[in-house]
Write a protein that binds this ligand. Structure first.
Ligand SMILES: Nc1ncnc2c1ncn2[C@@H]1O[C@H](COP(=O)(O)OP(=O)(O)OP(=O)(O)O)[C@@H](O)[C@H]1O
Ligand SMILES: [K+]
Ligand SMILES: [Mg+2]
Length: 699
């Protein structure tokens, strides 16, 4: 049952689904509220025109001078229909999200959490999830729903995250490292976790997800300035064009009713694209949701369509991320047992996956028992991405493990064996450890040097596996013109080996979080749009800085909050689909803009001659369409103008299928299909409506 809503995600919003259509009709009326409509300048202008026309009509009705108001009534009605159809398009686009939100809401039932009130005795008190405060620690056991978002502080458990991701295969969640974030509403299926609450009630991931799918238009950022300026400019130009018409008319000795001018104006401004713009954007975000990617803003989806550079972190993004200790390789003069023992003591309180795996390997292979860190009276030095080391101090004695160069520098600083920086160059021990590290790195493994009290003991070999099928996917990104760069805190040799295996274009090794940020800024300064995929807390600043920041759902809370997209499947190569959806959005918008403007040009030539025939009989030569009367010409044009919005809703929602053509080829193709189509379709459409309107004696 839990994954059912996700299957529903696969269905496409359709104009034949009454569950979407019926409520959409209602909200089309609700969206007439000028406070909402003002966000859409073109339609807002139409609303002003419609409102003024309604006032004129009412005045005429009150004057009761016996004139036939049937024509005026129809014009005013179609003006309002134009706005309603635009609102309807947006409401249909939002429709499926609304249905999804209500299913998600059912998932978010109130859970009773086991709040830990005493750390020592682990005494728990049943507490409603909505009463949990930031920083409180809860116990979650097999069969329990995780009450809120949080960070695992202790324990390892398998968690079914189907409620959020739709994937029912359980995933591992554990303290430390980059898989420590848990999501409220997901289910612990085995073992237990202690979770520190990181989200205030009402601000959890599920809450945000509900708000996101429910009201995407509220979150839609203004579309590209270029497009807004174009639409506003055209509206202004036609306002001037229409405003000058009365003077032409009076010059020829006639008058043109205000209502006709109003209809003409609305027929000429780019109402088609104005009406569908929002629906196109929402449909793009919605398409991402169907790919299990949550976009926090429409701007991010747009940017995705133009991405030039993709940065990925290595561990957990390109590789599986559960780097495990595979081997202890001692230096000359140290025993394997001695190395394993030191490595284990240094890792007893290391809650990262690497640290835990070292303790396990020492126990399994060398029979070294885990000791209690408290019994040893030791001070633990936790791992950080800056120091790239961790370790322990016991009395006057110390042990460090970490990136080889970091440990050597530490040894140098303590005036002992490493001596990489000493004028004499590398010592014998330095050479030996470099050789071991090199052989591990060349295989794509991560070497961790271990040193105790100023002496190098050896190297721990950490193994990590490149995610399957990633190579072909990066090749596809290259074909799309996107450069991939792997950035990692790991050493250059390991980085080179993994980069070659994964098939990325470039890599940056030994990168601190600041380096990642710098690289993004440098690319952006060159005018490039940068996407970044990451999962770690140390990726958070980079995720926030990038134009498209895709956080892996398996990642830390910090990463998930910093990015503007979250990939629920934690698959970095999904960027291909994200980019495709972005490009599709840009192309659909471009095509419908072309169509809309070409349409308006055609309407101009269709209506103007018909309108002026009475005043300038010589214009008859231009009246190629042979529309019945000036009145039927204007009525047909305004009806066509409204109906074309409805006719194009399916295309706006479905989008134009993306093909990896060059930008110039795409432009040529769009101009041909949508430009030419936009010129021809109104001639046929208006003529047909004119025939119908005349036959029915409507004008
Ligand atoms: N628990 C640990 N104790 C000591 N050293 C560690 C530990 N974990 C990682 N290291 C070392 O620190 C380096 C940097 O780690 P960091 O997490 O910044 O980058 P990474 O995980 O290698 O790469 P990425 O940025 O792709 O995740 C690692 O390459 C490794 O050499
Ligand atoms: K129009
Ligand atoms: Mg990392």
């Amino acid at each position: 049952m839990q994954s059912s809503h996700v299957r529903k995600r696969m269905s496409v919003a359709s104009l034949t689904d009454p569950q979407i259509i019926v409520p959409a009709v209602g909200s089309a009326f609700a969206k007439l509220d000028p406070r909402t409509l003002v966000k859409n300048p073109v339609m807002f202008v139409v609303e002003i025109v419609a409102a003024l026309s309604t006032v004129f009509l009412l005045q005429d009705v009150l004057a009761r001078d016996g004139q036939d108001l049937g024509f005026a009534l129809q014009i005013v009605a179609w003006l309002w229909f134009t706005i309603l159809f635009a609102n309807f398009a947006e409401a249909v686009a939002e429709g499926r999200g609304k249905a999804q939100a209500s299913t998600l809401r059912q998932t978010r039932e109130e859970t009773i959490a086991k709040l830990i009130v005493d750390e020592k005795t682990e005494l728990t008190v049943p507490t409603p999830a909505s009463k949990l405060g930031l920083g409180q620690i809860v116990l979650v056991e097999a069969g329990d729903l995780i009450p809120s978002d949080g960070e695992v502080v202790e324990g390892v458990a398998s968690v079914n995250e189907a409620a959020v991701t739709g994937e029912s295969a359980p995933v591992v969640r554990e303290a430390g490292g980059d898989r420590s974030a848990v999501t409220g509403g997901t289910l612990v299926v085995s073992d237990w976790l202690k979770v520190r609450i990181t989200a205030a009630p009402g601000t959890t991931f599920l809450d945000r997800m509900i708000r996101l799918v429910e009201a995407p238009s509220a979150r839609r950022h203004p579309t590209k300035l270029r497009l807004t300026v174009l639409l506003a400019g055209l509206t202004l130009i036609f306002l001037i064009v229409v405003a000058t018409i009365p003077s032409f008319a009076s010059y020829a000795g006639g008058t043109i009713p205000l209502l006709v001018l109003a209809a003409l104006f609305v027929a000429l401004i780019p109402t088609t694209i104005g009406a569908l713009l929002s629906a196109i954007g929402i449909a793009g975000m919605d398409r991402l949701v169907r790919f299990n990617v949550l976009a926090m803003s429409g701007r991010a989806v747009e940017a995705a369509g133009d991405v030039d550079t993709l940065l990925l972190d290595k561990t957990g993004t390109i590789t599986l991320g559960n780097r495990e200790a595979a081997e202890f390789i001692p230096m000359k003069g140290a025993s394997e047992q001695e190395l394993a023992d030191a490595a284990q003591i240094a890792s007893l309180a290391d809650e990262t996956p690497e640290g835990r795996s070292i303790v396990v390997l020492a126990k399994e292979k060398y029979g070294i028992r885990g000791r209690d860190i408290h019994e040893l009276g030791a001070t633990f030095i936790p791992f950080s991405a800056q120091t790239r080391m961790s370790g322990v101090d016991i009395g006057g004695s110390w042990i460090r493990k970490g990136a080889v160069d970091a440990v050597l520098v530490h040894l140098d600083a303590s005036g002992t064996q490493g001596n990489r920086k000493k004028t004499t160059g590398l010592t014998e021990a330095g050479h030996e450890i470099d050789a071991i590290a090199e052989s591990i790195s060349k295989s794509g493994g991560t070497p961790l040097a271990v040193a105790k009290d100023g002496k190098l003991l050896g190297v721990i070999h950490l193994k990590d596996i490149v995610k399957g099928g990633i190579r072909e996917r990066f090749a596809e990104l290259r074909r799309m013109g996107i450069r991939t760069i792997m950035i990692t805190g790991d050493n250059p040799m390991t980085a080179a080996a993994i980069a070659a295996e994964a098939g990325v274009d470039d890599f940056l090794a030994q990168a601190t979080p600041e380096d990642k940020l710098k690289l993004i800024r440098a690319e952006q300064a060159k005018g490039k749009l940068v996407a970044m995929c990451g999962d770690g807390t140390n990726d958070a600043p980079a995720l926030a800085q990038s134009d498209v920041g895709v956080a892996m759902n398996t990642g830390t809370q910090a990463a998930r909050e910093a990015g503007n997209m979250v990939d629920l499947d934690s698959n970095p190569t999904k960027l291909i689909e994200i980019v495709e959806i972005g490009k599709q959005l840009l192309m659909t918008r471009g095509a419908l803009t072309t169509f809309s403007i070409a349409n308006d040009v055609a309407k101009y030539f269709a209506i103007i001659p018909a309108m002026f025939i009475a005043l300038y009989p010589q214009l008859d030569a231009l009246n190629v369409m042979g529309l019945a009367t000036p009145q039927s010409a204007i009525l047909s044009a305004i009806i066509f103008n409204a109906l074309i919005i409805i006719a194009l809703i399916p295309l706006a929602l479905r989008g134009i299928s993306y093909r990896p053509l060059g930008a110039a080829a795409v432009l040529r193709r769009n101009l041909l299909i949508y430009g030419l189509g936009g010129l021809i379709v109104p001639f046929i459409g208006i003529k047909l409506i004119d025939v119908l309107v005349t036959a029915l004696h409507l004008a």
